[in-house]
Write a protein that binds this ligand. Structure first.
Ligand code: FMN
Length: 191
């Protein structure tokens, strides 16, 4: 029995623990292209993605630990160990950023960030639909300037929004327990 598209959206859940293989080039192209279908006020196309794989992930990790220390926010030894264990298996990280085009003064910054958030959500859903696991994290020095700059996302022109870890799930996930939408919805009639 095939899965209806709506069921993919309803069943998506984040998968932190992934391993090789990463998405194939063709699948990764489709995942990234799904990001391009996001709503985008003013067609500013503010999303920027940087692919980090294999040895580069190990290099990023060491940079994060050293830069966090230099920034006066050292990463605890247990966190270093758990990150090494986790990222040692992750085959692909996608660094996520919003480019701030300063020449446009009409579209507020938060709308540009929302467009990137929508693009990343499309990518999470696309990865899920293709059978991969993906997880959005703002760990790994997301708020350390030196890390942002090393990735090419300096704070003047970019807002760095973390990473997607992506690969093949290490184990099958149980279905997530989700809240009932009714708790968050009310009707406005204007009367
Ligand atoms: C912008 C953003 C940043 C996140 N950063 C982290 C993080 O650093 N650490 C973490 O445990 N979860 C983080 N999360 C939450 C996970 O990505 C994930 O949503 C959560 O584990 C719940 O899983 P679910 O998506 O299946 O509901 C972040 C989510 C978003 C949207």
């Amino acid at each position: 029995m095939s899965t209806a598209p709506i069921d993919y959206l309803l069943s998506r859940r984040s998968v932190k623990f992934v391993q090789a293989p990463a998405p194939s080039d063709a699948d990764l192209a489709r995942i990234l292209q799904a990001g391009m279908s996001a709503p985008d006020h003013g067609k500013l196309q503010p999303w920027r993605f940087k692919l980090i794989r294999g040895e580069a992930i190990a290099r990023l990790m060491e940079l994060v630990f050293a830069a966090s220390e230099r920034a006066g926010r050292p990463v605890a030894a247990e966190k270093i160990a758990s990150n090494r264990a986790w990222l040692g298996k992750v085959p692909l990280l996608i660094a996520l950023a919003c480019r701030i085009d300063h020449s446009n003064t009409k579209i507020p910054e938060h709308e540009r960030m929302l467009a990137v958030g929508a693009a990343v959500t499309n990518m999470l859903n696309a990865a899920h639909m293709l059978g991969y696991g993906a997880y959005w994290s703002t760990g790994l020095g997301t708020y350390v300037d030196e890390v942002n700059e090393a990735l090419g996302f300096d704070g003047l022109d970019y807002r760095f929004l973390g990473y997607l870890a992506m690969g093949t799930p290490v184990r099958a996930s149980e279905p997530a327990v989700r809240p009932d939408h009714k708790a968050f919805v009310s009707e406005w009639t204007g009367e």
